[in-house]
Design a protein around this ligand. Structure first.
Ligand SMILES: NC(=O)c1ccc[n+]([C@@H]2O[C@H](COP(=O)([O-])OP(=O)(O)OC[C@H]3O[C@@H](n4cnc5c(N)ncnc54)[C@H](O)[C@@H]3O)[C@@H](O)[C@H]2O)c1
Length: 261
């Protein structure tokens, strides 16, 4: 049986670990040919070696905030698999700090990677999709793109901006069959981002234990469980496939009911 994304050329950024790696794995299972990219070379190469057992995967080190590297990524992918049909812009960073203490250079870094990086990826991937006669650009956003986030202004601002970028680009590309949508996951509490970093940052900023932070974030979800990679991958595959062919400019919540706008 033909798979839903059979031979569809795809790029996933921030794919060395976490959600990006899970999305790349799922796209390969669905038949796509996938280039994975990340700023961290060694873990990316390791991920590619593991994913080779599933399907046709290539890898390239790339900083999404560097235009020449993103241009090279799109050329590399097109040479390997043909014009890009699916681009999952997943790479992002999170630095949490109170506004009054936030170092401006660190604030700018978050915007540079999370928002300007998204624009740079669009700038170089969308022409490839136009050449392919259509495509699906999927921005990994967050529920923090819909609602303010406590002591997390840089990240929330970058994610709110991302939705404006998606809507604007969707208007520019709509007539050419290139669709642009965002996915807004809830808290992936079992991801490396939370386990290695966020539980510690939030516990420190909010003056409570890491266990209390976990309980607090689960209690905020009407479905009373964290978001999982599978929850997000299901929506990414839908957006990458022709099943969503009448959808563009959307920002879809995957939050167990926590965000409804
Ligand atoms: N973890 C969560 O709870 C959660 C919730 C909602 C949304 N998200 C979003 O999901 C996406 C992935 O998050 P994650 O939890 O897997 O994070 P993560 O930190 O585990 O992975 C992010 C990856 O992006 C890479 N990266 C960082 N800066 C980069 C750059 N400049 N260029 C290229 N790659 C770069 C990192 O090396 C890393 O491999 C992000 O867009 C994040 O905002 C995460």
């Amino acid at each position: 049986m033909t798979k839903p994304l059979q031979n569809r050329p795809a790029i996933v950024t921030g794919a060395a670990q976490g959600l990006g790696r899970a999305i790349a794995e799922r796209l390969l299972h669905e038949g796509a040919s996938v280039v994975i990219a990340d700023i961290k070379g060694p873990p990316l190469e390791k991920a590619a070696a593991e994913l080779e057992a599933i399907g046709d995967v290539r890898w390239l080190t790339c900083d999404v905030s560097d235009e020449s590297q993103v241009r090279e990524l799109c050329v590399f992918s097109e040479k390997a698999f043909g014009p890009c049909k699916v681009f999952v812009a997943n790479a992002a960073i999170l630095i949490a700090e109170s506004i009054v203490d936030f170092d401006v250079a660190r604030w700018r870094k978050v915007i540079d990677i999370n928002l300007t990086g998204q624009m740079i990826c669009m700038k170089h991937a969308l022409p490839s999709m136009q050449r392919a006669g259509g495509g699906s650009f999927i921005q990994i956003n967050s529920k923090s793109g819909k609602k303010g986030s406590y002591k997390n202004s840089a990240y929330a601002s970058s994610k709110f901006g991302g939705i404006g970028l998606v809507q604007s680009a969707a208007l520019e590309m709509a007539e050419q069959g290139v669709r642009i949508n965002a996915v807004c996951p809830g808290n992936l509490l079992d991801s490396p981002l939370w386990k290695n970093d966020l539980f510690k940052q939030y516990a420190r900023n909010q003056g409570v234990s890491e266990d209390e932070i976990r309980r607090k974030y689960i209690e905020q979800v009407p479905m009373r469980r964290p978001c999982t990679y599978e929850d997000v991958c299901n929506v990414v595959v839908f957006l990458a496939s022709d099943q969503s062919s009448y959808m563009t400019g959307q920002a879809i919540n995957v939050t167990g009911g926590q965000e409804m706008r």
